[in-house]
Design a protein around this ligand. Structure first.
Ligand SMILES: Cc1ncc(COP(=O)(O)O)c(C=O)c1O
Length: 390
């Protein structure tokens, strides 16, 4: 089947977080928004059809999760990631970020340090701070244009008493798809120091490089026992507004505590559209995903070549995964405020400004590549023209 990723569907006036806030966020209704991580592509046909049929029912009542739903999830992870999940390890969550927050509450106490590897997806900081925990930063090292974990510093944080880590795998921003041996090394340290890991694998299906995502909990039973895996079809199939996400926890004690917490704050239900759309996504949309990945790879190659040829003072960090491109703009020598001014006022585009992801992100920009190539190309042209005028 052919999919039309080149087609630009207007999203203005659809209550879109990305397209309907230009005026309030950037002071200009015509800014091109290539920031927040949702895609400007229509969902797989099977998902659209399923949601339409659900909508046709006209009664949007409380909804249950079925065995078919659980089987769709378990067979997807077995098929795509070679990871055998038992249905009883799964808990539905209202979103991945809520799951991170709940897992922090269950696995740590106020005041405790929680390890993050910066620069990292900004809500990681929020969920730690808002739960009155402390951030224990293990900055990633940028070596030859590629991020690596700093195991020595990581071990020192664990030796000093950190008992919980938030892992972003694949990593947002920076686009690393962590290798098996990197994760094994991380897992060994966690086992040695009895550190629990909340592993945010929301981008697990979005691998661009010729490699495979390795679910942390698939490494061994003992590492699985330390891990809360946070998963969703939302990034993969562009359905974050359907609030369909789940955790996978094979440690019965952690699972019990997590589920109790879900009950306590009463967020255990599933959305009306979530489970049927998840079934349609996981069971019927694999070819759409392959086509999407090809298109995003094309966009990444386009953007990287453009930057190399037209903006040689910028350095793109090649994304192995996610549909986000992290670009080192430090040579421009601009402050965060100045780079925002350059984007919003001069170029009339909105990429994400890097300091949002922590101090190490200063001077970087994050570009959302999941849009029609014409839009990406226009945004890059406008960015270049603005830089040329500096
Ligand atoms: C690493 C990561 N985790 C979580 C989310 C959002 O998850 P949710 O919308 O399910 O809370 C995103 C969205 O960009 C993300 O990049």
């Amino acid at each position: 089947m052919t999919y039309h990723f080149d087609e630009l569907y207007p999203r203005k006036g659809t209550l879109s977080l990305k397209w309907d806030q230009n005026e309030s966020l950037f002071g200009d209704p015509d800014v091109l928004p290539l920031w927040v991580a949702d895609m400007d592509f229509r969902c797989p046909p099977a998902v659209i059809e399923t949601v339409k049929q659900r909508a046709e029912l006209g009664m949007y009542g409380y909804t249950i999760r079925t065995e078919e739903y659980l089987a769709a999830i378990t067979s997807w992870f077995e098929r795509r990631h070679n990871w055998k999940i038992q249905p009883e390890w799964l808990t539905d969550t209202p979103g991945v970020v809520p799951a991170l927050s709940i897992a922090i509450q269950v696995l740590s106490e106020p005041g405790d340090p929680v390890i993050v590897q910066s620069p990292v997806y900004n809500p990681f900081y929020d969920v730690i701070r808002r739960n009155d925990r402390r951030i224990a930063e293990n900055p990633l090292r940028l070596r030859d244009g590629r991020y690596e974990m700093d195991y020595e510093h990581l071990e020192s944080l664990m030796r000093e008493g950190a008992k919980l880590m938030l892992l972003c795998s694949p990593h947002n921003p920076g686009g690393r798809v962590w290798d098996r041996d990197e994760l094994e090394k991380l897992g060994q340290l966690c086992e040695q120091y009895d550190v629990k890991i909340i592993s945010d694998e929301i981008h697990c299906d979005l691998v661009l490089a010729d490699k495979k995502h390795v679910p942390l909990a698939s490494l061994s039973d003992s590492i699985a026992k330390l891990t809360v895996s946070c998963l969703a079809p939302s990034k993969t199939f562009n359905m974050p507004g359907l609030n369909s996400s789940f955790t996978c926890i094979s440690n019965p004690e952690i699972k019990r505590l997590f589920d109790e917490r879900i009950q306590t704050i009463a967020v255990g239900g599933v959305s009306f559209f979530g489970p049927p759309a998840t079934i349609a996504a996981y069971n019927e949309s694999e070819d759409w995903l392959e086509a999407l990945l090809d298109y995003v790879r094309g966009n990444m190659n386009y953007a990287v070549s453009f930057i190399h040829e037209q903006l040689p003072m910028l350095r793109p960090i090649i994304s192995e995964g996610t549909y986000l491109l992290w670009v080192d703009c430090r040579e421009l020598g601009l402050s965060s405020t100045a780079i925002k001014q350059l984007m919003y006022r001069e170029a009339r585009i909105a990429f994400n400004e890097g300091s949002l992801y922590g101090e190490q992100g200063s001077g970087f920009l994050r570009v959302n590549l999941a849009c029609p190539r014409a839009l990406l190309s226009q945004a890059l042209d406008q960015f270049k023209a603005a830089i040329d005028r500096i």
